[in-house]
Design a protein around this ligand. Structure first.
Ligand SMILES: Cc1cc2nc3c(=O)[nH]c(=O)nc-3n(C[C@H](O)[C@H](O)[C@H](O)COP(=O)(O)O)c2cc1C
Length: 113
Protein backbone atom coordinates (compact mmCIF):
# COMPACT_ATOMS: atom_id res chain seq x y z
CA UNK A 1 0.00 0.00 0.00
CA UNK A 2 1.43 3.46 -0.88
CA UNK A 3 2.42 5.82 1.92
CA UNK A 4 -0.29 8.38 2.55
CA UNK A 5 0.51 12.08 2.25
CA UNK A 6 0.69 14.15 5.39
CA UNK A 7 -2.76 15.61 4.74
CA UNK A 8 -4.16 12.09 4.36
CA UNK A 9 -3.15 11.15 7.88
CA UNK A 10 -5.66 10.02 10.46
CA UNK A 11 -6.17 11.71 13.82
CA UNK A 12 -7.77 9.92 16.74
CA UNK A 13 -8.51 12.56 19.36
CA UNK A 14 -10.28 11.65 22.56
CA UNK A 15 -11.68 13.12 25.74
CA UNK A 16 -11.74 10.84 28.77
CA UNK A 17 -12.39 11.14 32.50
CA UNK A 18 -11.76 7.59 33.67
CA UNK A 19 -9.60 6.26 30.84
CA UNK A 20 -11.92 3.99 28.86
CA UNK A 21 -12.13 6.17 25.74
CA UNK A 22 -8.31 6.39 25.67
CA UNK A 23 -8.11 2.59 25.71
CA UNK A 24 -10.59 2.42 22.81
CA UNK A 25 -8.57 5.04 20.91
CA UNK A 26 -5.41 2.93 21.29
CA UNK A 27 -7.20 -0.18 19.97
CA UNK A 28 -8.66 1.69 16.98
CA UNK A 29 -5.20 3.11 16.19
CA UNK A 30 -3.61 -0.34 16.37
CA UNK A 31 -6.16 -1.81 13.93
CA UNK A 32 -5.84 1.11 11.50
CA UNK A 33 -2.03 0.86 11.53
CA UNK A 34 -1.60 -2.91 11.54
CA UNK A 35 -4.48 -3.99 9.32
CA UNK A 36 -5.02 -0.99 7.04
CA UNK A 37 -1.51 0.57 7.11
CA UNK A 38 -2.87 4.00 7.95
CA UNK A 39 -0.63 6.67 9.42
CA UNK A 40 -2.33 7.52 12.68
CA UNK A 41 -1.75 10.05 15.45
CA UNK A 42 -3.52 9.62 18.79
CA UNK A 43 -4.16 12.71 20.90
CA UNK A 44 -5.49 13.03 24.44
CA UNK A 45 -7.45 16.30 24.29
CA UNK A 46 -6.61 17.03 27.92
CA UNK A 47 -2.88 17.11 27.05
CA UNK A 48 -3.23 18.69 23.60
CA UNK A 49 -6.33 20.84 23.45
CA UNK A 50 -5.68 22.24 19.97
CA UNK A 51 -4.34 19.63 17.51
CA UNK A 52 -3.75 21.08 13.99
CA UNK A 53 -6.69 19.63 12.05
CA UNK A 54 -5.50 20.77 8.62
CA UNK A 55 -2.86 18.03 8.80
CA UNK A 56 -5.53 15.33 8.69
CA UNK A 57 -8.06 13.88 6.28
CA UNK A 58 -9.70 11.41 8.69
CA UNK A 59 -10.63 12.52 12.18
CA UNK A 60 -11.92 10.15 14.84
CA UNK A 61 -13.36 11.97 17.86
CA UNK A 62 -13.90 9.93 21.02
CA UNK A 63 -15.67 10.85 24.23
CA UNK A 64 -17.14 9.30 27.34
CA UNK A 65 -20.66 10.18 28.43
CA UNK A 66 -21.59 11.40 31.89
CA UNK A 67 -25.05 12.45 33.01
CA UNK A 68 -26.29 12.14 29.44
CA UNK A 69 -23.66 14.51 28.04
CA UNK A 70 -20.48 13.94 26.09
CA UNK A 71 -17.34 15.80 27.09
CA UNK A 72 -16.78 19.44 26.16
CA UNK A 73 -13.31 18.89 24.69
CA UNK A 74 -14.72 16.40 22.15
CA UNK A 75 -17.56 18.72 21.19
CA UNK A 76 -15.14 21.65 20.79
CA UNK A 77 -12.95 19.57 18.49
CA UNK A 78 -15.96 18.59 16.34
CA UNK A 79 -16.77 22.31 16.04
CA UNK A 80 -13.29 22.90 14.57
CA UNK A 81 -13.68 20.33 11.77
CA UNK A 82 -14.77 21.27 8.25
CA UNK A 83 -16.13 19.77 5.05
CA UNK A 84 -12.66 18.48 4.04
CA UNK A 85 -12.58 16.01 6.93
CA UNK A 86 -13.99 12.51 7.12
CA UNK A 87 -15.37 12.44 10.66
CA UNK A 88 -16.01 9.43 12.86
CA UNK A 89 -17.38 9.85 16.38
CA UNK A 90 -17.06 7.09 18.98
CA UNK A 91 -18.54 7.15 22.46
CA UNK A 92 -17.89 5.22 25.68
CA UNK A 93 -20.96 4.69 27.82
CA UNK A 94 -22.79 2.11 29.89
CA UNK A 95 -25.96 2.51 27.80
CA UNK A 96 -26.10 1.39 24.15
CA UNK A 97 -28.51 4.24 23.38
CA UNK A 98 -26.92 7.50 22.27
CA UNK A 99 -28.64 10.38 24.12
CA UNK A 100 -30.77 12.51 21.81
CA UNK A 101 -29.03 15.76 22.83
CA UNK A 102 -25.66 14.39 21.69
CA UNK A 103 -27.13 13.31 18.35
CA UNK A 104 -28.69 16.75 17.94
CA UNK A 105 -25.44 18.57 18.78
CA UNK A 106 -23.46 16.47 16.29
CA UNK A 107 -26.10 16.94 13.57
CA UNK A 108 -26.25 20.65 14.16
CA UNK A 109 -22.44 21.08 14.01
CA UNK A 110 -22.07 18.85 10.93
CA UNK A 111 -24.98 20.51 9.09
CA UNK A 112 -23.02 23.79 9.08
CA UNK A 113 -20.67 22.34 6.45
C1 LIG B 1 -20.57 9.94 37.16
C2 LIG B 1 -20.82 9.08 35.94
C3 LIG B 1 -21.91 9.37 35.13
C4 LIG B 1 -22.19 8.57 34.01
N1 LIG B 1 -23.27 8.87 33.23
C5 LIG B 1 -23.55 8.07 32.17
C6 LIG B 1 -24.69 8.36 31.34
O1 LIG B 1 -25.43 9.32 31.54
N2 LIG B 1 -24.96 7.52 30.31
C7 LIG B 1 -24.17 6.42 30.03
O2 LIG B 1 -24.48 5.69 29.10
N3 LIG B 1 -23.06 6.16 30.78
C8 LIG B 1 -22.74 6.95 31.83
N4 LIG B 1 -21.64 6.68 32.60
C9 LIG B 1 -20.72 5.59 32.21
C10 LIG B 1 -19.54 6.19 31.41
O3 LIG B 1 -20.00 6.75 30.19
C11 LIG B 1 -18.52 5.08 31.10
O4 LIG B 1 -17.90 4.70 32.31
C12 LIG B 1 -17.50 5.53 30.10
O5 LIG B 1 -16.68 4.44 29.76
C13 LIG B 1 -16.66 6.68 30.60
O6 LIG B 1 -15.70 7.02 29.62
P1 LIG B 1 -14.27 7.59 30.03
O7 LIG B 1 -13.64 6.54 30.96
O8 LIG B 1 -13.52 7.70 28.76
O9 LIG B 1 -14.46 8.89 30.71
C14 LIG B 1 -21.35 7.46 33.71
C15 LIG B 1 -20.24 7.20 34.53
C16 LIG B 1 -19.98 7.99 35.63
C17 LIG B 1 -18.80 7.68 36.51
Amino acid sequence: MPKVERNQRTLIAYATKSGVTGESAAIIAEVLRDTFHYEVDVVDLKKNTNPPLRDYRNIFIGSGIRMGRWYGRAKKLLERTDEHHNIIIFLSACSPVIPRNIMQQCSSILSMF
